[in-house]
Design a protein around this ligand. Structure first.
Ligand SMILES: *Cc1c(COP(=O)(O)O)cnc(C)c1O
Length: 433
């Protein structure tokens, strides 16, 4: 596989962009080697600058759920761009977008558009704080909510703790308002609520975690969080930036039948354009300025080109239920096929899966939180990743990321992935011996 052009571009990039990339996980630091520079993509395939083709199992971390260069999205973008890409004034497209989101996501009665998932979560916790008049939030270890200061917090020692800054530049003052509990552990949440009575504004959770690998909520966990929030006047926020429009038209909340007070959205909602949104109960959303006093704004928020792209993809997802059946079937086939290849070789690696999100964890433990996810053999994952890449399968370059399948995968692509997985496992085993 010749990747000379990517090598040269990365050298140039490193001189003028920190680490050569505009988002850290793209740098391949967790798997070694260097990133591929992608020139174009179509359907299920990515093409790098040297013309190599890969089956894409990330799909821009979710948005390309119907495959790359999807015709209705491209047409919508071109039409909107021709009318000028931005006005800084209200548009019909924003109204249609808000109406569509409210019609699809069960708990959302009003919604505000922003430009990224990070903006959505930052704004949602400010709103929860403004609404409750409380300062602290609870987040879960291993969940990612973008790069806002309040979320870049690591757990201290002990099961449930006040956090410590996880990045230079985050102040201890900010860190002390973020409390950390392990995922899937309701008792830890109860302990924090007891320790900080009437001080907790919000609990924010990925209803299915996708940022420590794919980790599912245990039965009753999400409802347990809902009950605790109701009992203690806490705003429950589902961060559905990954799961929204993926696990069902109405996201994880529709799939599990548990409804948050606020929901954050991103990724798929922009059809590949930079978009996020937060929404929820009318009573809470009316506190956002200008109808309320909680300030939040954006020069390019609700941008017409981005709205057009998002509308095109969401309409397709709402109107064509066969898409979700297809995504389920793709997830099932990959899960069964790949798990079968592990079992044939007597390998007890863990696979988690829900809908079109899945991944292989290189550990024998059941993975249900960050501690169990961290038991993975990361060197083994790195070898697996490289072995898959050489066989034309593009995975997320980290053990701690879910796969995001697109509906564009053909039966042949699925078989190619399973075969590549089998061969990659053999390569790893032979290297070990
Ligand atoms: C990706 C992600 C974010 C951040 O979204 P950006 O658009 O990258 O800022 C927030 N929450 C979750 C669950 C995500 O997966």
């Amino acid at each position: 596989m010749n990747t000379d052009k990517s090598v040269i571009l990365f050298e140039r990039a490193k001189k003028v962009i920190p680490g050569g990339v505009n988002s850290p996980v793209r740098a391949f630091q967790a798997v070694g080697g260097q990133p591929l520079f992608i020139k174009k993509a179509e359907g299920a395939y990515l093409y790098d600058e040297d013309g190599n083709r890969y089956i894409d199992c990330i799909n821009s971390w979710g948005p390309m759920i119907l495959g790359h260069a999807y015709a209705p999205v491209l047409e919508a973008i071109q039409r909107a761009a021709a009318d000028s890409p931005s006005f800084g004034a209200p548009t019909r497209l924003e109204v249609e977008m808000a109406e569509l989101i409210v019609s699809m996501v069960p708990s959302v009665e009003m919604v505000r558009m922003v430009n990224s998932g990070t903006e959505a979560t930052m704004s949602a916790i400010r709103l929860a704080r403004g609404y409750t008049g409380r300062h602290k939030i609870i987040k879960f270890e291993g969940c990612y909510h973008g790069h806002g200061d309040s979320f870049l917090i690591a757990a201290g020692s002990g099961a449930a703790t006040t956090g410590a800054p996880n990045s230079p530049g985050v102040t201890p003052g900010t860190a002390q308002d973020t409390l950390i509990a392990p995922y899937n552990d309701l008792q830890a949440v109860e302990a924090l609520i007891a320790q900080y009575p009437e001080q907790i504004a919000a609990i924010i959770v990925e209803p299915v975690a996708g940022n420590m690998g794919c980790v599912l909520p245990k039965p009753g966990y999400l409802q347990g969080l809902r009950d605790l929030c109701d009992k203690h006047g806490i705003v429950l926020i589902f961060d559905e930036v990954m799961t929204g429009f993926r696990l069902a038209p109405g996201g994880a909340q529709e799939r599990f039948g548990v409804f948050p007070d606020l929901t954050t959205l991103g990724k798929i909602i922009g059809g590949g354009m930079p978009v996020g949104a937060y929404g929820g109960k009318r009573e809470i959303m009316e506190k956002v300025s200008p109808s309320g006093k909680v300030y939040q704004a954006g020069t390019l928020s609700g941008n017409p080109v981005a709205m057009a792209a998002g509308l095109a993809i969401l309409r397709e997802l709402r109107e064509n239920s066969a898409i979700y059946a297809r995504l389920e079937s793709i997830g099932d086939k990959l899960y069964k096929g790949m798990k079968g290849e592990l079992e044939k070789r007597g390998l007890h690696y863990t696979m988690n899966k829900i809908g079109s999100m899945l991944n292989v964890f290189f550990t024998e433990q059941t993975v249900y939180d960050f501690t169990t996810a961290k038991s993975c053999d990361l060197q083994l994952f790195a070898k697996y990743f490289q072995a898959m890449l050489r066989r034309g399968v593009y995975l997320a370059p980290s053990q701690f990321e879910s796969w995001f399948c697109s509906a564009a995968l053909s039966e042949e692509d699925i078989q190619h992935i399973i075969q590549a997985h089998a061969d990659a496992l053999d390569e790893i085993i032979n290297q070990k011996a």
